[in-house]
Design a protein around this ligand. Structure first.
Ligand SMILES: Cc1cc2nc3c(=O)[nH]c(=O)nc-3n(C[C@H](O)[C@H](O)[C@H](O)COP(=O)(O)O)c2cc1C
Length: 227
């Protein structure tokens, strides 16, 4: 994943600045939430992750890796998550990163969610590769609508306040190809990378995913008839 910072001098348009690259596999990030991460156990009898999050956040005693990731998120203007599509979702390490880094009490709590979330004013983008074709991943495709399947991630990012941009997907990326076909794929992907870089240079123009605001829901948390 990439955390981007920076505002062009004298301009209200966010520019793409050199970002911080986080490689979850590279740093051997532990995606398992568990009591062993917490130095000051709030409840030794029962491990309650949300209570431990809040307890450790309030005492500034988050696990070191989580404190580092949280600080990077708080300083960033944008978050780009790069991942391969695995079993109709993101790899488990990314879900585990969300479980542990989206700290309850710190990045979200009652009254600090959605448009009032800690990440408000920041943008998040999912960039994924898939083995299947664009047609197979379309709403009427054999493999199902990829945007719908990645909706839980987009919704979670919005939950902590991000302005979520429309997905950037690259299809038909596969290994084990014969030499000629592999070469064709490499050439196609090299073009895709240029296309992606060109698009990323104008990331401020990317469309956001429309979300309803809290005021659009009833007290029972269902959508008003005429929001
Ligand atoms: C565990 C696993 C599950 C996968 N599941 C899917 C899937 O559900 N849909 C799909 O289109 N491709 C799937 N693929 C293919 C990957 O998306 C594809 O290999 C990857 O995007 C290629 O990028 P990479 O070279 O960076 O790994 C899967 C691959 C693996 C290893």
């Amino acid at each position: 994943m990439q955390l981007l910072r920076g505002q062009a001098a004298g301009s209200s348009r966010p520019r793409l600045a050199v970002g911080t690259l986080l490689d979850l596999y590279g740093e051997d990030f532990d995606p398992r939430e568990g009591r062993w991460h917490y130095a000051l156990s709030k409840d030794a009898d029962r491990f309650d992750p949300m209570q431990e999050h809040r307890h450790h956040w309030e005492r500034q005693q988050l696990p070191a890796d989580i404190a580092r990731h949280v600080n990077l998120l708080l300083q960033a203007d944008a978050l780009v998550l790069h991942f391969p599509f695995w079993w109709l979702s993101a790899p488990a390490i990314l879900k585990g990163w969300m479980d542990r880094v989206f700290v309850y009490g710190g990045l979200y709590k009652s009254g600090m969610r959605h448009e009032n979330g800690a990440m408000r004013g920041k943008r998040a983008l999912l960039v994924a590769t898939a083995g299947s074709s664009m047609q197979a991943c379309a709403p009427d495709g054999r493999d199902g609508d990829m945007r719908l399947m990645l909706w839980p991630l987009m919704n979670a990012l919005h939950y902590i306040g991000f302005d979520v941009l429309e997905l950037y997907l690259t299809h038909g990326v596969r290994g084990g190809l014969a030499a000629d076909t592999a070469k064709q794929q490499d050439d196609r992907l090299a073009q895709q990378v240029l296309k992606y870089q060109a698009k990323l240079a104008h990331w401020e123009e990317w469309p956001s995913v429309p979300f309803n605001r809290n005021e659009d829901f009833t007290d029972g948390k269902t959508l008003l008839e005429d929001p």
